[in-house]
Design a protein around this ligand. Structure first.
Ligand code: IMP
Ligand code: MG
Length: 217
């Protein structure tokens, strides 16, 4: 890990190489399933920026792109309170839609946004997430395309943030608990309460990470 980040991060969970390979594989699967019609990609702000850019540049398909802004209200996703900060502008009625998010955690965000899109009458609606933290699921929802299954750590990088920081890291790393314990309640824009997490010894090395499932459409 670059020395600059050692103070804040416990370790790298997913390397740049692993991300690149896995995202290419997801693009291939999506391309196969969505071939033949123009698709609409709807991506959730802000955590998907890097993942989305890497994912769609590999899609040799006609597509239109739009964003929905959501943030969990106040100090925790625990409240389940979601605020829409940007609404969809494209019409998805009768369209093939791919909804993209950074991480599926409790599932509240994806469940809520998926229901909202479903109500707009798409022909087909599929979901794609870079990371899946199955251990914390509250809602009954799984994504159709999953990059990696990860254990219950608070992770940052490759678009994922803590208090809007660390999004620029080119890898996914485990945030040191001291960082979010130190941060206190007065942070700006903290979305999602970091969980207690597992002991450091339980954290798998990047070699042992499992890729997530990819459903065939
Ligand atoms: P959910 O609604 O609990 O599924 O949470 C989804 C949102 O919480 C994601 O879009 C992220 O913004 C945020 N989140 C959940 N876990 C993490 C994490 O480990 N790191 C950074 N953000 C996270
Ligand atoms: Mg987020």
């Amino acid at each position: 890990m670059p020395p600059r980040w050692r103070k804040d991060l416990e370790r790298i969970l997913i390397t740049e190489r692993q991300l690149a390979r896995r995202v290419r594989a997801l693009s291939r699967a999506i391309q196969r399933d969505f071939a033949g019609r123009e698709m609409v990609v709807v991506s959730l702000l802000n955590g998907t920026v890097m993942f989305l850019a890497d994912l769609i540049r590999r899609l040799s398909l006609p597509l239109r792109l739009d964003f929905i802004g959501v943030s969990s209200y106040g100090a925790g996703a625990a409240s389940g309170e979601l605020v829409f900060t940007k609404e969809l502008r494209l019409s998805v009625r009768g369209r093939d839609v791919l909804l993209v998010d950074d991480i599926l955690d409790t599932g509240k965000t994806l469940a809520r946004v998926r229901a909202k899109l479903q109500a707009l009458g798409p022909r087909r609606l599929r979901t794609c997430v870079l990371l899946n933290k199955g251990a914390r699921r509250v809602e009954k929802i799984e994504a159709d395309y999953v990059g990696f299954e990860i254990p219950d750590f608070f992770v940052v990088g490759y678009g994922l943030d803590f208090a809007e920081r660390y999004r620029n890291l080119p890898f996914v790393g485990v945030l040191r608990p001291q960082v979010y314990h130190r941060a206190g309640p007065d942070l700006d824009g903290v979305g999602g309460k970091p969980p207690a997490g597992l002991a450091e010894s339980q954290c798998p090395s990047p070699r042992r990470l499992r890729p997530g499932p990819v459903s065939s459409a």
